[in-house]
Design a protein around this ligand. Structure first.
Ligand code: UD1
Length: 339
């Protein structure tokens, strides 16, 4: 069976993808330096999948370490590259750390695919590349807008690095532009592990409901949307994980229409912040404390995906509902330490 390297495989989306790869019989090697997670995630993956992936604690941004690590896997069939820093605010404070880590690891991996063009690569991109899109739902050919943060810039430029590398060296890759991945595995054995105060909506909601945080602040109530709060396309992390496998298998089948293709990963449905709160209350039976607060700098008004290209090209659609996302996120939260 094919061997697939999952970088950042102990992170939120990476761990769910490792589970789905193992379920389909792939040999999975996880590379993760625990920059934003911990080693216990490996046990969660093993408990669900019934087998433990190989794990290497390696810093892929270190060219010598990365090269030495990959030298042991000359027959690698594919790389799903999740390992990256991802906090928007932190990237503004520490742009150089973001550029060193996110570009360094990508370039090091692409040097391997340049030498081993049979090895296919999936890159984690983001809907942040669209900024506030002029047309909704957002198609993949919508213009890429100037990045609002160094984090966003690592996704835009990362896609360009892929395209330049593929053109020059003949490897093939797919960039997946995620909308808002949330939820957790329905088994509650793996999920999101935010460090400190969560910046993203759903982990804040579940921590607030668990009594670990105060009331949720809803950022802005005067946006031009149906209830004044921002609209996003929230997608279950298991749906996101599955899309990576479909994308990789598209490349294995030689079906890519160009060296680097991009696909949106969203549900196609936008939800306001207030609708997310209602979905949480409905699916868990817990009342959430919340209040309106000032708008958050950098937030776009509305973003949700046109999902047709992914449906056609990957044969994939998101299947899990917002209520299921919230129920799974809550079940996971209840397994976490109570302080
Ligand atoms: C954010 C990032 C995005 C990144 C994504 C995944 C920004 C501006 N964008 O997306 O680049 O790809 O995370 O990590 O940070 N909200 C509240 N109260 C909160 C938290 C959030 O009202 O305490 C609202 C936000 O205003 C937004 C929605 O909830 O309308 C979703 O926020 P969030 O989960 O942070 O995701 P994005 O901002 O869409």
């Amino acid at each position: 069976m094919k061997t697939v390297l999952v970088t950042g495989g102990l992170g939120f989306i990476g761990s769910h993808t490792a589970v789905e790869l193992l379920a389909r019989g792939y040999q999975v090697v996880v590379a993760d330096n625990l920059a934003n997670t911990n080693a216990s995630v490996l046990d969660g993956i093993a408990a669900i999948a019934g087998k433990k992936p190989v794990w290497a604690n390696v810093d892929l941004a270190d060219p010598v370490a990365c090269r030495a690590f990959l030298a042991g896997m000359p027959d690698l069939a594919g790389i799903i590259h999740f390992a990256a820093y991802k906090a928007v605010g932190e990237s503004v404070q520490k742009p150089l750390a973001y550029y060193r880590n996110n570009f360094g690891s990508l370039v090091n991996l692409l040097e391997f695919t340049a030498e081993h063009p049979q090895c296919r690569l999936i890159f984690s991109s983001s809907c942040t590349v669209y900024g506030q899109a002029d047309t909704l739902p957002i198609r993949e050919d919508a213009p890429v807008k100037p990045a609002e943060s160094p984090y966003g810039n690592t996704k835009q430029v990362g896609e360009e690095i892929l395209r330049d590398g593929a053109r020059a060296h003949g490897f093939r890759a797919i960039a997946l532009r995620y909308f808002n991945p949330i939820g957790a595995h329905p088994s509650a054995k793996i999920g999101e592990l935010p460090l400190g105060v969560p910046q993203n909506l759903v982990p804040f909601i579940t921590q607030s409901a668990a009594g670990l945080r105060g009331a949720l602040k809803v950022f802005g109530n005067d946006y031009p949307t149906r209830d004044g709060t921002c609209v996003r396309d929230y997608i279950h992390v298991v749906d996101v994980a599955l899309a990576h496998i479909y994308a990789l298998e598209r490349l294995f089948a030689g079906k890519g229409s160009e060296p680097v293709e991009v696909f949106n990963l969203g549900t196609g449905t936008g939800s306001t912040v207030l609708e997310v709160i209602k979905a949480f209350e409905r699916s868990t039976g817990h009342k959430l404390q919340w209040e309106f607060a000032e708008r958050r700098a950098g937030d776009v008004i509305a973003a949700y995906a046109n999902t047709e290209k992914a449906a056609q090209g990957l044969g994939w659609r998101a299947e899990r509902s917002l209520d299921q996302c919230m129920a799974d996120a809550w079940r996971w939260q209840q397994t976490l330490p109570k302080k």
